[in-house]
Write a new protein. Structure first.
Length: 120
């Protein structure tokens, strides 16, 4: 009886140690993002920002992430989704982020400032 109890205790101890050594999932920025760049550099280069208004938009996004009002994981997963598009990656990023953030209850910078006025 004591042997069986000791065996069960040993098995329980082994299971507890094994469960505590299970690797945690990697942080969001390594789930397809670049780890040696800052978030701002990653967004500017990865989404091919060119116009000053695009750099301002990215700066606003980075400020919201740093302030904690927008989750980094949301930005990283949206970045990965937008990078799969062959062209206009920043525009896809903006609209995907706006849609996903609204559904999750987060606010994003206003896109009306991003629209270029076209004169005929």
């Amino acid at each position: 009886m004591i042997r069986m109890l000791a065996g069960c205790l040993l098995l329980t101890l082994v299971l507890i140690v094994a469960a505590s050594t299970v690797a945690t999932p990697p942080p969001a920025n390594t789930a397809g993002g670049v780890t040696d760049l800052t978030l701002q550099e990653q967004l500017e280069k990865g989404l091919r920002a060119r116009r000053p208004v695009e750099f301002q938009y990215i700066a606003q996004i980075v400020a919201q992430v740093e302030a904690g009002t927008l989750p980094r994981e949301l930005i990283d997963t949206t970045f990965i989704a937008a990078r799969k598009r062959p062209r206009h990656q920043l525009q896809y990023f903006q609209f995907i982020l706006q849609s996903r953030a609204r559904a999750l209850g987060y606010s994003t910078p206003d896109l009306s400032a991003q629209m270029a006025t076209v004169t005929p």
